[in-house]
Design a protein around this ligand. Structure first.
Ligand code: NAP
Length: 285
């Protein structure tokens, strides 16, 4: 069998997902290939899933910005992490039905767990309220966090997400209007994890930092700063965390682990991730 898979989203110029998929095929000894398909509208997204996957030759798709919530709505059956987040990044066909999974949750858990100490899993600040933020919040619940704050450019979207996730997750989540509100809720050194789930700092995207540098004062000495961005490998946020000797992590690990779980959904094989991690780091260096 040849596993024909692909990534669908709006702008995919910098995606390294084909490199990861091809490395997994070599590792697992299966034949397959992976293409990137840029689609300009939600209607084009739905049409492509119909003719490419439901009626067509593809085995599965990864879904990225901005179609993860549309992919959830389109799927007939959902995996548990898709239910917990209301977002889908992996589509497949199961018993003739379109199945939606969210493997970003697994990706975040696998990449972050070894960098978090057990005693420092209380308060988290997540910046962003899109598909990735939902996956991070579900992952933080799984990692044992007890409270999460969400800060987003558009307050309305953050409030909507928080309300929806209150029905899906047990993790208490509070929306904060601005950085002043974060400072009111957290004293210096009390944040256990800060996660950037926005594209701010991404190559070719909005420059700068997703939060002011002074927000890093709130992070605990045992804490962790995570940027889901992997290109560039060190964003301004991570550089500033490193300069303050705060542990920090980019999005490469999450990217490779979510891809491994998607690969398992399509082929039945969870591949070894070492070589894919190495290749992605080489490509991005
Ligand atoms: P999304 O659904 O489009 O959401 C983007 C979020 O970022 C929204 O909350 C948006 O705020 C905010 N945002 C966008 N541009 C901004 C700006 N200029 N200033 C401040 N906030 C801004 O995207 P997503 O799927 O959640 O992805 C978010 C990031 O995570 C992307 O960089 C993506 O590449 C990364 N990611 C990485 C992995 C990985 O495996 N490493 C996996 C998934 C995602 P508004 O609501 O105000 O528009």
């Amino acid at each position: 069998m040849v596993y024909a898979c692909g990534l669908i989203g709006k702008t995919l110029e910098y995606s390294v997902s084909p490199v990861i998929f091809r490395t997994f095929c070599e590792e697992a000894g299966v034949e397959g290939d992976y293409c990137r398909v840029e689609l300009p509208t939600e209607e084009a997204f739905r049409d492509f899933v119909k003719c490419g996957l439901i009626e067509g030759p593809f085995v599965g798709f990864n879904v990225t910005i901005p179609y993860k919530e549309a992919a959830y709505a389109l799927s007939n059956v959902h995996g548990s992490d898709a239910e917990r987040t209301g977002a889908v990044n992996t589509l497949s066909i199961e018993n003739g039905k379109l199945r939606g999974d969210n493997t970003d949750v697994f990706g975040f858990v696998r990449s972050a767990q070894e960098h978090l100490i057990d005693a420092a899993r209380n308060v988290a600040l997540v910046v962003g309220a899109g598909g990735a933020a939902r996956a991070v919040l579900a992952a933080l619940e799984e990692l044992g966090f007890t409270r999460a704050l969400v800060l987003n450019r558009s307050l309305e979207r953050a409030v909507r997400m928080t309300k929806e996730l209150a029905h899906r997750l047990k993790l208490p989540i509070e929306t904060v209007a601005d950085e002043a509100a974060v400072r009111e809720l957290c004293e210096a050194g009390t944040l256990d994890v800060l996660v950037n789930a926005t594209p701010v700092g991404m190559k070719g995207g909005a420059p700068g930092m997703p939060v002011s540098e002074s927000i890093l004062d709130l992070v605990s000495p045992h804490g962790l700063v995570v940027d889901l961005i992997y290109n560039p490998p060190e964003t301004n946020l991570l550089r500033n965390a490193r300069r303050r000797s705060i542990k920090n992590l980019n999005g490469v690990g999450m990217l490779v682990w979510q891809a491994a779980r998607s690969f398992e959904i399509w082929t039945g094989i969870l591949p070894d991730t070492k070589r894919a991690l190495q290749r992605v780091n080489e490509v991005l260096a």
